[in-house]
Write a protein that binds this ligand. Structure first.
Ligand code: EPU
Length: 289
C-alpha cells in the first residue's frame, strides 16, 4: 500500500492527480492484501476505485480521498478448447496484436489500437470496428469481496449493454481474468494486419491525451457527427479542446486541468441540446470523491 501517490499517469488526459491510498495488484498472491485493504477502506467509509489502464477515466479531483486499486495482472493462455484466457490487467491492444503475431489469430483484430486493459474493456463492454467484448466473452473469473473467494461468472450474467455492464463502476468484484472464444466471430477485419488496423484507426481517430469517445452515441445517431454539425470541432477551454479530426474526441494539452474538461463537456452538451434537442451522455467515467 502506498500513500499520497501521484496517479496522474493513470488517467487518459494525464491531468495532475494524487490518491490518498494506492494499491497495485500484480499477482493472485496479492488477493489477501487486496481483501484486507478493501475491508479497511469500507469500514472507514472511504471511496474505492478499481482501475485498469484508466484510459476511459476522467479524474475529477486533485486528490482522491480514498483507496485506488490498480489492476496489474498480466499474462494469457489457451485452454483445451483453444479459447484465450487473458489476465484482466493485460493491455487489450497488445494482446490482440500478439495473438495475431505469435498464434496467427485474427479474431481480435478490431481491438488493435483500442486503449486500456482487458478488465476495463469487459466492464465497459468496449468495442470498435464491429467487435464488442460481449460478442467474444465466455466468462470471467473475479474475486468476490462478499463471498471472499474467486468466482466464475458467465457472460450472460454480466448485464451487457452498449458500453456498459453490471460491474462497471461497482466495487463488489475484482476482475482477475476473461475467457474469450476464438471461433465463430465474424467481422470485416479478419484478413487485415495489425499495422493496417492502426492506419485505419489513425485515419478516423486522433492519437494523444484522449479517452477515446467522450460521449455515448445517442440511439441511431453519432455523437461525433452532432458535435461536428454544432460547429464545435477545435473549440477549446484552457488546455482541452474538441479534436479537429473527430468531434467525439477531446484532446488534452500537457497543462490541462480537469475542471476545464468538465467545463468543455458541459458546453458541448448544452450546445448539442440547444441545436438538436438531443441529450448526450458521457461514455467516459467521471471519477469524483
Ligand atoms: N462523423 C462526423 N464528424 C465527426 C465524427 C464522425 O460527421 O467529427 C460521422 C462519420 O462520418 C460517420 C459517423 O459520424 O458517418 C460515425 O462516426 P465514426 O465512424 O467515427 O464512429 P463513431 O460512432 O463516432 C464508434 C465508437 C468508437 C469506435 C468507432 C468505430 C462510440 C461512442 N464510439 O464511433 O468507439 O471506435 O465507432 O467502430 O460508440 C470508444 O468507445 O471510445 C470508441 C472510440
Amino acid at each position: 500500500m502506498e500513500m499520497d501517490k501521484d496517479v496522474s499517469s493513470y488517467n487518459a488526459f494525464k491531468t495532475p492527480a494524487r490518491s490518498r491510498y494506492f494499491l497495485s495488484v500484480g499477482s493472485l498472491d496479492d488477493i489477501p492484501v487486496l481483501n484486507e485493504a478493501v475491508k479497511g477502506a469500507r469500514s472507514s467509509n472511504l471511496p474505492i476505485l478499481f482501475l485498469g489502464g484508466g484510459t476511459n477515466c476522467l479524474f475529477a479531483f486533485d486528490t482522491f480521498d480514498g483507496l485506488m486499486i490498480r489492476n496489474n495482472l498480466k499474462g494469457y493462455y489457451f485452454d483445451d478448447a483453444r479459447r484465450v484466457v487473458a489476465s484482466s490487467g493485460e493491455l487489450i491492444s497488445a494482446l490482440s496484436t500478439e495473438l495475431y503475431r505469435l498464434h496467427g489469430l485474427s479474431t481480435f483484430m478490431p481491438w488493435v489500437g483500442l486503449p486500456g486493459t482487458v478488465g476495463g474493456a469487459v466492464a465497459g463492454n468496449a468495442g470498435c470496428f464491429g467487435l464488442e467484448i460481449s460478442q467474444a466473452l465466455v466468462e470471467v473469473e473475479a474475486f468476490s469481496f462478499k463471498e471472499e473467494k474467486i468466482v466464475t461468472i458467465g457472460a450472460s450474467e454480466l448485464g451487457f449493454e452498449y458500453r456498459n455492464s453490471n460491474i462497471k463502476g461497482k466495487d463488489g468484484l475484482f476482475l482477475l481474468s476473461a475467457r474469450f472464444r476464438t471461433e465463430g466471430i465474424d467481422h470485416p477485419y479478419l484478413l487485415v494486419t495489425p499495422e493496417e488496423m492502426l492506419v485505419l484507426r489513425k485515419s478516423k481517430q486522433p492519437p494523444g491525451r484522449t479517452c477515446g469517445s467522450f460521449f455515448k452515441n445517442p440511439p441511431g445517431d453519432s455523437a461525433g457527427r452532432l458535435i461536428d454539425q454544432a460547429g464545435l470541432k477545435g473549440f477549446r477551454i484552457g488546455g482541452i479542446r474538441v479534436s479537429e479530426m473527430h468531434g467525439n474526441f477531446f484532446l488534452a494539452d500537457a497543462d490541462a486541468d480537469w475542471r476545464d474538461i468538465i467545463a468543455l463537456s458541459e458546453h458541448v452538451k448544452r450546445t448539442v441540446k440547444e441545436k438538436f434537442d438531443i441529450d448526450l451522455h458521457e461514455e467516459v467515467r467521471i471519477i469524483t470523491n
